[in-house]
Design a protein. Structure first.
Length: 180
């Protein structure tokens, strides 16, 4: 299953991207896609606090927050989620910031071709899976060499499964702060 999160301030673009991603008859097909769409970056960030995401696709120019800033915050919430940016504008400074700060995997120009965009999504998801598998194998080797503990590995697994579960925020008086 591929959990995709798409953010664009234009509802028509969001609908087109959702339809394109969910089209299982077109090739290359995105493996078992689950698509969440948001017109507001802050709502998307709130979603990411409690839902695992494999790939975040964001427009660059949005009124509330630009795509580079949004993807940088998304990276802080879920560092293992791959990130792509869509833009009709060639703001090189913004694109460089998105690459450096947000660590985007791919830049796609608007208007996009469905086949090329689907292929990019599939490639980015495959690259992400390979990176996660490499990390898992490296952790396994380190554990065998007694460098990291089983508890640390379990915390990494839990955080990947349920983002935010291993982070607890405390109030000044020692209580647990619960976000809603």
């Amino acid at each position: 299953m591929a959990d995709l999160l798409i953010v664009d301030d234009e509802p028509n673009v969001l609908n087109a991207l959702r339809r394109m991603c969910m089209n299982r008859t077109a090739t290359p097909a995105i493996p078992d896609p689950h698509v969440a769409t948001f017109a507001a970056p802050l709502e998307a960030l709130a979603y990411m606090r409690t839902n695992r995401v494999d790939l975040v696709i964001s427009d660059y120019r949005m009124p509330e927050m630009d795509g580079a800033s949004f993807l940088t915050k998304a990276k802080m919430l879920q560092p293992d989620a791959a990130r792509m940016i869509l833009s009709a504008f060639s703001d090189m400074e913004g694109i460089v910031r998105a690459i450096n700060d947000a660590g985007i995997f791919r830049f796609v120009a608007k208007p996009w071709g469905d086949t090329e965009l689907r292929a990019s999504i599939v490639q980015v998801l495959e690259h992400r899976d390979m990176m996660l598998e490499n990390r898992r194998l490296a952790d396994e080797v380190r554990q065998q060499q007694d460098i990291i503990s089983r508890q640390q590995l379990e915390l990494v697994r839990l955080e990947a499964e349920s983002p935010g579960i291993t982070r607890v925020r405390w109030t000044p008086d020692g209580g647990v702060l619960i976000e809603e």
